[in-house]
Design a protein around this ligand. Structure first.
Ligand code: PLP
Length: 430
């Protein structure tokens, strides 16, 4: 056997004897067993990403709340719950998923700009740890709901620090023009209002400035702004039990070089120590950086279609299965399951596209591939915001999902059937 060579940024994905493997398992075997498109996740990869955060926070009081919107499959939630994680949720549906996966309600924080009264009631009845409130009117509604239930809602206000995270505009969230959080200029006033409301109990403060951040400067700037606010809020007699720094750390999609979680936190903690806040209770909400590079989406080449301007490699995964390229022009590396591709095929430059009837249905552009119909490819970095963002557009059933642990594999989501898609629909009775 040749020495496995892990793919850059993917320590648990490597060619062994020319077969692409995740942990110890050849991906082609999983594609044969479960069909394609197929999501496959590495447990070891998720745990090593979590360990980097845990190392970074060694000796500190921290609650890591996995931002489950990145990948909300029950078995993924179960894994993080078993490792002591809490969860950052953004809907009543996500709350139910966490509970179904065995998560601890007290370790749940509820973010999002549009929580409904019903969602607030459900979260209060469950006893979640904190509502991350995103507007002053939400404070009033949450207080009313809590008073009607004879309780007080633990809250933190999400500050919009107006810091540019230097990422894609659709995933920047901490700029003045974004819908998220309370402007930092109004935050003190909002806390004073919150402290006066009978149904609220102020417990913390938070920010989340965006996603796929590869530079630590925006975090450091946002942290400074947050600490200035903490000083002002506590100076006004409102104590804050915890400080929440959101998520957003990027991953390597295409040679990106984000800081490692432990290196980032060493810098942030040095700042917190210097300003006298190092012994506080911290919260963080990482999503992508815990799961993104743990996942691949396997797909089969259906046709190759040479053209005057473009060659197309038509695969069986589409924008409904893996929406990031269509949504954000995002780059995902695409590699053959057999090292070097198909020896009988000539390498060509292809746009890799799916079967959906949209010109925006592409998975990768201008990729050098040696492929023939029937060959299989892996779309890398597909563990975050891929399956979770999937849809049934074109009445396409969603892929199955498999979790690999060493040489064992577990089917964690069965492939949807088309009848699953009709289940809630009725014909009109004549
Ligand atoms: N926290 C909040 C409030 C978010 O909106 C998000 C993502 O949008 C996250 C955490 C997780 O971000 P990421 O997956 O980039 O770590």
């Amino acid at each position: 056997m040749t020495t496995p060579s892990p793919l850059p940024g993917h320590p648990h994905i490597a060619y062994r004897d020319d077969a692409l493997c995740i942990e110890s398992l050849p991906l082609a075997d999983l594609a044969r067993e479960h069909g394609t498109p197929l999501y496959v996740y590495s447990k070891a990869s998720m745990l090593s990403a979590l360990a980097a955060y845990q190392r970074g926070f060694a000796g500190r009081k921290v609650q890591i709340c996995y931002a489950m919107k990145a990948n909300s499959s029950l078995a993924v939630l179960q894994l993080f719950a078993q490792k002591g994680c809490g969860f950052d949720i953004v809907s009543g549906g996500e709350l139910q998923r966490v509970l179904a996966a065995g998560g601890d309600p007290r370790k749940i924080i509820f973010s999002g700009v549009g929580k409904t009264r019903a969602e607030m009631r459900e979260a209060l009845a469950t006893g979640i740890g904190c509502f991350n409130v995103e507007s002053e009117s939400e404070l009033d509604v949450l207080s009313e709901v809590a008073v009607a239930m004879g309780t007080r809602a633990p809250i933190s206000i999400r500050v919009n620090p107006n810091v540019d995270p230097k990422t894609h505009p659709y995933i920047s969230t901490g700029l003045k023009g974004n819908k998220f959080g309370v402007a930092h200029e109004r935050t003190l006033q909002a806390y004073q209002h919150a402290a006066s409301l009978p149904g609220l109990q102020v417990v913390g403060i938070d920010f989340h400035i965006g996603s796929q951040i590869t530079d630590d400067t925006p975090y450091l700037d946002a942290t400074d702004r947050l600490l200035d606010l903490v000083q002002a809020i506590e100076g006004a007699g409102i104590p804050l039990h915890h400080l929440d720094f959101g998520g957003g750390l990027g991953i390597n999609y295409n040679g990106d070089t984000p800081p490692e979680a432990d290196a980032l936190w060493a810098k942030l903690l040095a700042k917190l120590d210097a300003r006298g806040y190092g012994d506080r209770q911290f919260m963080i909400e990482p999503g992508r950086s815990l799961v993104g590079n743990a996942g691949v989406c396997l797909t089969e080449v259906l046709y190759v279609k040479p053209g005057e301007q473009k060659n197309f490699c038509i695969v069986d995964a589409a924008m409904n299965d893996l929406p990031r390229p269509a949504m954000y022009q995002a780059f995902h590396a695409i590699v053959p399951l057999q090292a070097g591709g198909n020896a009988a095929a000539q390498e060509q430059i292809y746009d890799v596209v799916g079967p959906v009837c949209e010109s925006g249905d592409w998975i990768g552009r201008d990729r050098a591939l040696a492929v023939q119909p029937g060959d299989q490819l892996a779309v890398l970095s597909a563990g975050a915001y891929c399956s979770a963002m999937g849809s049934n557009y074109n009445t396409r059933a969603r892929p199955a999902e498999v979790l690999v642990d060493g040489s064992a594999s577990h089917l964690i989501r069965s492939r949807e059937t088309v009848t699953d898609l009709f289940r809630c629909e009725q014909l009109v009775k004549a």
